[in-house]
Structures are given as structure tokens and as C-alpha cells.
Design a protein around this ligand. Structure first.
Ligand SMILES: NC(=O)c1ccc[n+]([C@@H]2O[C@H](COP(=O)([O-])OP(=O)(O)OC[C@H]3O[C@@H](n4cnc5c(N)ncnc54)[C@H](OP(=O)(O)O)[C@@H]3O)[C@@H](O)[C@H]2O)c1
Length: 317
């Protein structure tokens, strides 16, 4: 099968298309014919092996995962002998971050516990856009932020992969949502249902000067005191991104109980909840760009520029 192999750290062009052996499903796994994948900000960090400390888990001298790619949607090709829940032909989606990566390939073997039925109303490309970004938004808002109806919620980076899901999820839970983005994306964020928008090019504030019950900071460019200063009494902030190692450490070390760095781990329970929100018409993945399989390095390079509007997806032949 065709796959993008990853042998050394470097820019996205370091990834090389190659013929590799098609995997066979383990006893408790499902072989998925990948029809679409999505690209995440983590991909360019991982390709470059940056920040450097991440190589402690990614591989000290060279990457230990040979094929990258975490978000996939496709059809079940074969099932392991211990799998009863799925059969060949089923349409599924999954996230492989905690399951050895491998999504930038024509086939991937996925542990059955990580596979969910694809929401029927989504195309494969739309479904592949969901897992990492939407679950990060969901876990940031609900697990760390304890999202409740009628709360005031601020989403920093509301036009990005995580932010576009976060605005819609917070609205679906009945929150009053403010989205922060730049001038060119204000209408996009309004169209997602945000009640208020803030143009970060015209203000240094965290939001619009009000205090929020919950802040989801997908950019990670705010200091801990600034985030805390924008929280209402008892409010919480969940930070998913970081713009420097110093910012990451500051949130981790000085965030306390109210400001947490989110490390999302996608579960099928989360994906099933998202499928329900999708099928109820409350959440819809937005696609910024579609790339061909051969252009995966270009898709990652585009995301690295930090200007993506919602999700970047790849059609797999
Ligand atoms: N911890 C985890 O488990 C986890 C999981 C997923 C993602 N993440 C991290 O979360 C972050 C966001 O991910 P993503 O997929 O949403 O990234 P993304 O799609 O690449 O984000 C791009 C968006 O960020 C906006 N943006 C850039 N600078 C901004 C600023 N100063 N203020 C407000 N918005 C700004 C851009 O809008 P403009 O073009 O208008 O500036 C663009 O729409 C990344 O750092 C990623 O690594 C973490």
C-alpha cells in the first residue's frame, strides 16, 4: 500500500511517499481502508520534533512512529477474529494518537476500542475532520471547564480547527459565546453561532473586557495573570495550544486549579457524543482546504502557517 513514511525530523517535505506492507488486523482490531484523513497542528510539531523535549516520547534520535496521521475516516476492510461489533463495509472514523498513529496510509489497523461508526450525514472528509480537534474542544470545555448552560464562554482562536468546534459545542450546551479571531474571520465565527466576536488585531485584552465563566484558549498566547484577570469568580480556563515553551510551562506550573493545560485523549465515548451533536444538527465540521494524498506535506505546511480557517483534510485514494 502507499503511505507517507517518516524517518527523520525536519520540515514537512521530509515525509516521503513509499510502498509499504499492508497491515493485517490484530485479533481485537479492525483494518480500515482509509478514505480521508485530517491534518492537525500536532502533525507539524511531530514532523519537526519540536519542541525538543517532545522527542523524549517521539524518539530521541529519530522518530519511532514510521507513519504519522491520527484522524481517519474510511471503510472496514477486514476484522480480527475477536471482533464482533464491526464487519467489512462498515463506515467508521477514529483517532490514532494513542494507538500508534499510521493514518497517512491507504490502510491502517485500529484497535476495535478506538473505532466509532461514522456519522451518516457526514462525508468521509468531514468525518475525518472531527476527532482530534472536536474532542480537544469538548474535553477542554466540559472536562476541564465544566461547561454549563447560560455560562459566558470565551473561545480564543475561534476560527481554527479546535476553535470552530468549540464555538459550536459551547452553543449546543446553551452558553453565551464570544469568539476571538482576526478581522477577516469575524463573519466566519459569527456564522458558527457566536453571540459576540472580538478582533484581536484591535485589542490587547483577552476578550472584550468582560469576565467569563469559562475560557478555552486554543492559541496559548496569553499569560496566566491575563487569563485569570478575565475569569469571573469561580471561572476556569482550559488552554490547548502554546506559542512558546515558556507559556506552556507557565500554564502547567502556575495555572493552579482554575487554569489547566489540556492534553486531549480521544475516546469512542467522546466520538459517540460528537456523532449525536452532528446528527442533531448542532455541530458541523467546516473544511478550509482539501488536499490530495500525494500533497500531505503541503497540507501540513499550510497548517504550520497558523492561518487555517477550520479544518484541513486529505482525500486518500
Ligand atoms: N493538547 C491537545 O490535546 C491538543 C489537541 C489539538 C490541538 N492542540 C493545539 O491547539 C492549538 C490550536 O489547534 P488548531 O487545530 O485549532 O490550530 P489551527 O487550526 O492551526 O489554528 C489556526 C487559527 O488560529 C487563529 N489564530 C492565530 N493567532 C491567533 C491569535 N493571536 N488570536 C486568535 N486567533 C489566532 C487563526 O486565525 P487568524 O488567521 O484569524 O489569525 C487560525 O484560524 C494548536 O497549538 C494545537 O497544537 C492541542
Amino acid at each position: 500500500m502507499k503511505a507517507f513514511v517518516y524517518e527523520r525530523y525536519g520540515p514537512p517535505e521530509t515525509l516521503r511517499m513509499a510502498e509499504v506492507d499492508r497491515p493485517a488486523p490484530d485479533v481485537e482490531a479492525v483494518l480500515v481502508k482509509v478514505l480521508a484523513a485530517s491534518v492537525n497542528a500536532a502533525d507539524w510539531h511531530v514532523v519537526r520534533g519540536k519542541p525538543l523535549f517532545s522527542r523524549a516520547t517521539l524518539g530521541l534520535l529519530r522518530p519511532k512512529h514510521k507513519i504519522l496521521g491520527v484522524d481517519v475516516a474510511g471503510r472496514v476492510e477486514a476484522v480480527g477474529s475477536g471482533v464482533a461489533r464491526f464487519q467489512p463495509g462498515d463506515e467508521v472514523y477514529a483517532n490514532l494518537l494513542d494507538h500508534g498513529y499510521g493514518g497517512f496510509a491507504e490502510y491502517v489497523s485500529v484497535p476495535v476500542d478506538a473505532v466509532s461508526p461514522k456519522p451518516a450525514s457526514l462525508s468521509f472528509e468531514e468525518a475525518a475532520a472531527v476527532p482530534m480537534a472536536a474532542v480537544t474542544a469538548l474535553q477542554g470545555l466540559r472536562r476541564h471547564g465544566e461547561l454549563r448552560p447560560a455560562q459566558t464562554v470565551l473561545v480564543n482562536g475561534a476560527s481554527g480547527g479546535v476553535g470552530t468546534f468549540a464555538v459550536q459545542i459551547a452553543k449546543a450546551y446553551g452558553a453565551e459565546v464570544t469568539g476571538v479571531t482576526s478581522t477577516r474571520n469575524l463573519d466566519l465565527v459569527r456564522s458558527l453561532g457566536a453571540d459576540h466576536v472580538v478582533d484581536y488585531t484591535t485589542t490587547e485584552d483577552v476578550g472584550d473586557g468582560r469576565r467569563y465563566d469559562l475560557i478555552l484558549d486554543t492559541v496559548g498566547n496569553k499569560s496566566v495573570p491575563d487569563l485569570r484577570g478575565a475569569l469571573a469568580q469561580g471561572g476556569k480556563a482550559a488552554v490547548t495550544g502554546f506559542t512558546s515553551v515558556a507559556r506552556l510551562l507557565a500554564v502547567s506550573l502556575r495555572g493552579g486549579k482554575d487554569i489547566a493545560q489540556v492534553q486531549a485523549h480521544v475516546t469512542t465515548k467522546d466520538l459517540e457524543l460528537l456523532s449525536e451533536l452532528v446528527e442533531a444538527g448542532r455541530v458541523r465540521p467546516l473544511i478550509d482546504r482539501r488536499y490530495r494524498f500525494a500533497d500531505i506535506p503541503a497540507a501540513i505546511a499550510y497548517l504550520e502557517q497558523g492561518r487555517a480557517r477550520a479544518k484541513v483534510v486529505v482525500a486518500v485514494p
